[in-house]
Write a protein that binds this ligand. Sequence first.
Ligand code: ADP
Length: 140
Amino acid sequence: MAVERTLSIIKPDATKRNLTGKIVAKFEEAGLRVVASKRIHLTAAQAGAFYAEHKERGFYGELVAYMASEPVVVQVLEGEGAILKNREVMGATDPAAAAAGTIRKEFALSKGENSVHGSDSEAAAAREIAFFFSGLELVG
Ligand code: ADP
């Protein structure tokens, strides 16, 4: 399997509860390496632009307000099959449906406040990494 890079966000519900380290440990235990990381507080405009594909969904306004409510930690994770591996470590969108041992099962509060974001395809990973990081910030 190819070495890939994927974009991860530790979301406001998790940074607020001081869970950043525990979540990063889950990535590292799964063989994913953090090759870029920064803590930022998104504006509503930035959060809205990041989630533009969900603009027509009923929860879009709520999602944007939540993502801009507290700082987030955005990271690039690298590893064999990193895109799918990260999605597996994250678990299902709704924590009630997430598998045991996943980040969302252990830490998420609800379907909306679900602790982590992860790119869901190669195209999304490329777009989302470029949204937050310049090439100079990726230090594999
Ligand atoms: P995922 O993050 O698992 O890829 P989606 O792309 O479907 O899930 O949704 C993006 C984000 O929007 C979710 O992670 C969650 O924070 C939020 N979201 C999704 N569905 C709902 C919902 N029904 N109500 C509130 N927020 C939601």
